[in-house]
Design a protein around this ligand. Structure first.
Ligand SMILES: O=C1C[C@@](O)(C(=O)O)C[C@@H](O)[C@@H]1O
Length: 807
């Protein structure tokens, strides 16, 4: 049942072919991928119609089946050869019958061919006329054909369970269909980018906090979960964050072993479905791990039962590569030729050579042959090696660190090593191991489970807390600096996040009328970082030695990180005290705005060349808003500010800029596409009618400080009607959050029946805070918690003022 063999390496511009049954979402997915990669969509059905003037069915009835086949093959060949670059080509079964199939199989050697699947019910809904049994049977018959012709597969999951809202701290609200489509888009685009080695700008702006993979960062964690247990476990996750950095999905399929071929098509499809479901719900990089032993080998540790026959094991792994996971584990004890074959066809997946030493003996880590295992993994082309053994005593935990040190300092070895002991006694080595330490999450390890128990693995929180209490890492001080920050929600938000992650850090308030006192704060040996608030975001630039691309482009800083070495990479050297040798400035405000626009913009208002946006205000936040809008692709932006000269200054700063990805040194990408520059205009007065011949804005961002200082009255700002005349409505974002309900937000809410979506300041705050947390700590932020906390703080504050208990 394997697909076509290829090395899964293609030119960055190679066209991508999507095949599958009608109703699986081919055209939608093609459109999504084309938009992200800046490719064109070519649809075989449309091509057939355009060239012959007839549908396939009419052509076949008119000219007969033989002539139809000949014409179909001729068109397929010319369509593929004429569009071999920069296209997403869609082919459903009609186009690939008979000889066409061999042609596609051949094509798949030089181009990614992705088989798209979906559940029978959704396909039936699309095809309308057929009953479910017929559709199921059709899928059963055609899946093997598509699988044979392709080298990748994608399961379009119809995932009602991930539809609960986690966006604004309130749970169980239904996410509108458009948002589900966005999740689908994010998943598919990510897959396509990985398959084709593209890295266009991240869709989730936050991904940018970690420009390096988890194996390059310090103290990352992998959560082992049986693939078949994922769904049930996830249903128990609720609104809790999963703090692991990767999901180790263990495929333990005993049917695979019984089946003569190793893996039958139905099982393969089920694995794909569960895999993409887990990917959708976890948003985590995945390690595809096929169990080597027939009894539950939940964690590599317990080798129980007879091993899965090699051919069955390899089939599972080859199927794994079709899903293009970030990582795939292979047992290093398998035949070397098999490992080499797998490595040769890995595409962009990183291979982890895995070895568990069953009987390590006394002082196992110092036994001969250990270093040779690492060398073997490297020689076979593995990207990482993972070694484990059962701890015999406490000393084994120090022996493994000393082994890892020897490997790290060996000039001939460059493959990253994951090394730890297993079992209760091995936990010390697990929290000391710096990459992909195994962790547990009680939600996925119910007591009835045969895998490692609560006592054998630590949680991420426990592992982190252990690093701090053993002084490997150190507790740090953080804070928010500004002239009016006593009511900021940032302290509660960051402190709750530190606590949740097992970090002893403290975040406090630095309220000052001038920038002067900041200098002393920035030199403290236990400083972790500072959030900068109004009105200092621009002036503070003179304090730093370096700035991120975004902070430079925006011309404002909201995050300062102390440097303690020459490296400006904030993710590798975090959580250490010591002399501050330099200061680095970054800006996370734009990500908050970027996220909120992306999340709330309905498909009808998807950003197009004609999209117009309006920014109110001209301070540091307005700068971030303009940057976010340009990054989102908006090319016409209006600004209105009470003091016009400040708005004019902003226009000068941004006019003609595209902030093309090419200019960003942190953004690694292989395609270079020219981005058009933005046009920015000032609206002189709030009474001025919206300019004729320009569409009314579909995105409005209000960056006006509602209460600039405690003694000033709030700015009472609303828009005149002609600025809100977009016929397709739009999204309006308020950045201020004290008070939460501003006159501007109320005005937008009154237009909800026309389709306007209002986004309050407490939706933006955690988004920028999440990125800030990640810069501060080098660890993934508990996003759901941070979103939740700000609303909780608000409700508590409201309850206090109205003297009633919080809801
Ligand atoms: O502007 C803001 C808001 C903020 O200052 C606050 O907590 O209020 C926190 C800053 O990080 C952010 O840039």
């Amino acid at each position: 049942m394997t697909g076509t063999q290829s090395n899964r390496r293609y030119g960055a511009e190679a066209s991508i072919l999507l095949i599958g049954m009608r109703g699986t979402g081919l055209s939608t997915l093609a459109f999504m991928a084309a938009r992200a990669l800046k490719f064109r969509v070519v649809d075989s059905e449309q091509v057939f119609h355009q060239v012959t003037g007839l549908s396939r069915h009419s052509y076949s009835s008119k000219y007969g089946a033989t002539e139809y086949r000949r014409r179909e093959l001729e068109l397929l060949q010319s369509m593929l050869s004429q569009n071999s670059q920069s296209c997403i080509i869609v082919c459903s079964l009609g186009a690939i019958q008979g000889t066409g199939q061999e042609y596609i199989a051949q094509y798949s050697k030089g181009h990614p061919v992705i088989h798209v699947m979906r559940d029978a019910k959704s396909v039936q809904k699309y095809l309308k006329s057929r009953d479910i049994e017929t559709v199921t049977e059709l899928i059963r018959r055609t899946d093997p054909i598509y699988r044979r012709l392709s080298s990748f597969e994608f399961y379009n999951v119809n995932d009602a369970s991930s539809d609960h809202c986690e966006l604004n701290g309130k749970t169980n609200e239904q996410v509108p269909g458009t948002l589900t489509l966005k999740q689908l888009e994010a998943d598919f685009v990510q897959l396509v980018e990985r398959i084709s080695f593209h890295q266009t700008y991240p869709h989730d702006a936050r991904e940018h906090s970690f420009p390096v993979s988890p194996e390059v960062r310090q103290y990352t964690y992998a959560l082992p979960v049986l693939l078949s247990d994922w769904s049930e476990g996830f249903s128990r996750v609720g609104n809790a964050d999963i703090l692991a950095d990767a999901l180790q999905l263990i495929v333990a399929d005993y049917r695979t072993v019984r089946h003569e071929q190793g893996l039958d098509d139905l099982t393969a499809t089920r694995i794909s479905q569960q895999y993409f479901q887990a990917k959708r719900q976890s948003h985590l990089p995945v390690m595809f791990h096929a169990a080597r032993y027939t009894s539950t080998d939940f964690h590599v540790r317990s080798m129980i039962g007879p091993p899965v026959p090699d051919h069955a094991y390899m089939r599972l792994l080859n199927h794994g590569l079709r899903l293009c996971p970030e990582y795939l584990c292979i047992d290093l004890s398998i035949d070397e030729a098999e490992i080499l074959r797998l490595v040769a066809s890995k595409g962009s997946t990183k291979i982890i050579g895995d070895i568990h030493i069953e009987e390590p003996g006394v002082d196992g880590w110092n036994q001969p042959g250990r270093k040779e295992l690492v060398e073997k993994a490297q020689r076979l082309g593995c990207d990482l090696i993972r070694m484990s053994q059962d701890a015999q005593n406490m000393d084994d935990n120090f022996a493994v660190r000393s082994f890892a040190y020897k490997i790290k300092t060996d000039v001939g070895i460059h493959v990253p090593l994951i090394a730890y002991n297993t079992g209760r006694l091995g936990r010390t080595s697990q929290f000391l191991n710096p990459i992909f330490s195994p962790v547990m999450n009680p939600v996925f390890s119910p007591s009835s489970h045969p895998g490692p128990t609560r006592e054998q693995l630590l949680t991420v929180r426990e592992s982190q807390a252990a690093l701090y209490s053993s002084l490997v890492l150190e507790g740090l001080k953080y804070g928010i600096y500004g002239s009016n920050v006593t009511h900021s929600f940032s302290p509660q938000m960051h402190n709750a996040a530190f606590d949740f992650c097992g970090m002893p850090h403290e975040y406090s308030i630095f309220q000052h009328a001038t920038l002067g006192p900041l200098r002393e704060i920035l030199q403290r040996e236990d400083l972790g970082g500072v959030s900068i608030s109004a009105p200092f975001k621009q002036d503070v630039r003179q304090y730093v030695d370096s700035m991120s691309f975004e902070a430079q482009a925006i011309g404002a800083i909201n995050t300062i990180l102390p440097l303690r070495s020459k490296s400006t990479n904030p993710t590798t050297l975090r959580n250490r005290t010591g002399k501050v040798t330099g200061l680095h400035g970054d800006n996370t405000d734009w990500t908050g705005i970027y996220e909120c626009v992306q999340r709330n913009l309905s498909p009808i208002n998807a950003i197009k060349p004609g999209t117009t946006a309006l920014v109110l205000g001209a301070g540091g936040m307005a700068r971030a808003a303009i940057f976010a809008l340009i990054r989102l692709g908006v090319r016409t932006i209006f600004i209105h500010n009470r003091t016009e000269s400040n708005a004019v200054r902003l226009v000068k700063h941004f006019q003609g800029k595209s902030f093309s990805k090419d200019q960003d040194p942190n953004c690694y990408h292989s395609v270079s596409k020219h981005d058009e520059a933005a046009v920015i205009r000032v609206l002189h007065s709030r009474d001025e009618p919206w300019p004729t011949n320009v569409a009314a804005p579909t995105i409005i961002v209000s960056c006006i400080t509602v209460q600039e200082a405690e003694d000033k009255p709030p700015v009472n700002f609303t828009l005149q009607d002609s600025w809100l005349e977009s016929t397709t409505a739009g999204v309006a974002i308020e950045l201020a959050y004290t008070p939460i309900e501003t006159p501007f937000l109320q005005q937008i809410r009154s237009l909800a029946d026309q389709g306007w979506i209002a986004c309050d300041g407490l939706q933006v705050l955690p988004e920028q805070g999440v990125k800030q947390f990640e810069l501060f700590t080098g660890r993934k932020a508990p996003q759901k918690l941070m979103r939740h906390i700000v609303y909780r703080v608000l409700h508590e504050a409201e309850a206090k003022t109205s003297d009633r208990p919080p809801a």
